[in-house]
Design a protein around this ligand. Structure first.
Ligand SMILES: [Zn+2]
Ligand SMILES: [Zn+2]
Length: 347
């Protein structure tokens, strides 16, 4: 148990600035939304990892993802954080730990002589064959996301959702099955889940997904046979094609004739969203913790104070207070939270 248990919590160790969370003792921002001198980055989604910082520290995978998206010169300099290893920065010990969200995603722990703050970034507790599992970090202040911070959001088992896709493929063997999935994390997880379910045929990729799928494979995540869609269309009848969600209702999709359209996202719990996004087959597969896992994680960290960021902040803040914890919404601007625009955040 923390030596700070029951004592006044120092809340000035991490402050909220225009650019985002800032640690004065270490002289760095975490996931800043505008260019800063020194940034620690939790993961590669565009709302957390932006180009143009002076110095960046992140996991090796996140640095590679940033280079793939923004070019090798995405920051003045970059330093790879070794998972689980503490590093002194000014007056604070910093360490990176797996968040279970996407490849290379980390929680960042700040240790001020025993007083610990954990910035979780985005995270999930569900198993994911494409990234290291979430590590529970006891702390005094836990900063949690709340993308799905409403009790209505309960994610079913991802395996069961994939079974629905495979069942549809059996029922409609003449249809191309076009699956919308975010380029970083979701696309690779859907592919890996299909492989786990025994699907070993080539899976066809929209061009926008090729780079990151290749990067995952270079990092040791096996995705099986992948083929670019290229100029192909109707000849992909009966095959699975993965594309960014925005492509489902796009002209591009017409090349497949009358495809069966699926969309993999936590937002698919809400039927109206599925209809609006043009998905006949909603697959509730999310890389974020659902309501139950948010609440459980908050309690398991043992933190006395919870700061809540992007998503349904007020509901989780209210729940924390009911559970006897201090809690506050961070209301940070610059993080995607609507799901309508969540292309970059991989919900
Ligand atoms: Zn996020
Ligand atoms: Zn994310």
């Amino acid at each position: 148990m923390s030596p700070y248990r029951g004592r006044a919590i120092p809340t000035d160790r991490l402050t909220l600035t225009e650019a985002g969370l800032y640690c004065p003792a270490g002289g760095f921002h975490i996931d800043p939304v505008r260019p800063v001198e020194r940034a620690l980055i939790t993961h590669g989604h565009a709302d957390h990892a932006r180009a143009g910082h002076g110095a960046v520290m992140a996991s090796g995978e996140t640095l590679k993802i940033m280079a793939a998206r923004y070019g090798e010169d995405f920051a003045g300099s970059s330093e790879k954080a070794t998972m689980g290893e503490s590093l002194r920065m000014g007056d604070v010990e910093v360490s990176f730990h797996p968040a279970g969200h996407v490849l290379g995603s980390c929680q960042i722990r700040l240790d001020f002589s025993g007083f610990r703050i954990v910035v979780s970034g985005d995270y999930k507790r569900q198993a994911d064959p494409t990234c290291a599992a979430f590590e529970l970090l006891p702390c005094d202040i836990f900063i949690t996301e709340a993308t799905f911070g409403l009790p209505v959001f309960r994610h079913p088992k991802a395996e069961d959702e994939i079974a629905k896709l495979l069942k549809s493929l059996r029922l409609f063997p003449d249809k191309t099955h076009l699956v919308g999935a975010y380029a970083l994390g979701k696309a690779q997880r859907v592919i890996a889940l299909l492989r786990q379910a025994g699907y070993d045929k080539p899976i066809y990729l929209h061009g926008a997904l090729e780079t990151l799928c290749r990067l995952y494979e270079e990092e040791g995540v096996e995705l099986g046979p992948l083929e670019p869609v290229g100029k192909r269309g109707k000849e992909l009848a009966g095959e699975i094609v993965i594309a960014p969600p925005g492509q489902l209702a796009d002209r591009w999709a017409r090349r497949f004739g009358d495809p069966a359209t699926a969309l993999a996202s936590g937002w698919m719990r809400v039927r109206a969203r599925a209809r609006q996004r043009g998905a006949e087959l909603p697959l509730i597969i999310s890389d974020h913790a659902d309501w139950d896992d948010l609440c459980a994680t908050v309690l398991e960290t043992g933190a006395e104070e919870i700061w809540v960021t992007h998503g349904a902040e007020e509901a989780l803040v209210h729940w924390c207070k009911t559970a006897g914890l201090k809690a506050r919404p961070l209301n940070m601007i610059g993080y995607e939270d609507s799901g309508e625009t969540a292309e970059s955040s991989g919900a």
